[in-house]
Design a protein around this ligand. Structure first.
Ligand code: DQA
Length: 149
């Protein structure tokens, strides 16, 4: 059996590399996804990617992931982290195993970034380690999957 993972990127992450590089780094989303994909194949994980700037698009993709019975989701909800009850409800409602990832350390930034609607329905959160955070989340996902299967 091959574990299946969805990597979900929220709003503005399509601008990675161009957007506030002092905060988010110079790597593009394509480069980050490429690194995730390379590690996923070496770990034997099947991975899909999706980015949307729209709350509803992200919710629809989570619903689809439930239908596809993916084994987990690595999710950077961007600014919706701090605002979206609807995304929180989508995760709770789909019962997907979500690992929340942030490139920057949201807890060391403006107070409005300190609260996450996603964290209470996620299995864990990685924040502040740049794109390495996605790779650590992937390793965590693979280790959890192996233990359970
Ligand atoms: C982010 C942190 C959020 O506060 C911000 O709105 C983002 C990116 C991160 O990856 O550090 O868009 O999720």
């Amino acid at each position: 059996m091959t574990p299946r993972l969805l990597v979900l990127h929220g709003p503005n992450l399509n601008l990675l590399g161009l957007r506030e590089p002092d905060v988010y780094g110079y790597e593009t989303l394509e480069q980050v996804n490429h690194k995730i994909g390379a590690l996923a194949s070496s770990l034997g994980v099947e991975v899909g990617f999706f980015q949307s700037n729209h709350e509803g698009g992200l919710i629809d993709r989570l619903h689809q992931a439930r239908e596809e019975k993916v084994d987990g989701v690595i999710f950077n909800p961007g600014g919706y982290t701090h605002t979206s009850v609807a995304l929180r409800d989508a995760i709770a409602g789909t019962e997907l195993a979500v690992i929340e990832v942030h490139l920057s350390n949201v807890h060391a930034r403006e107070p409005f970034r300190h609260h996450s609607y996603i964290a209470p329905v996620a299995i864990g959160q990685i924040s502040g380690l740049g794109s390495e955070g996605y790779l650590l989340a992937l390793r965590g996902f693979a280790a959890r999957w192996s233990e359970a299967n």
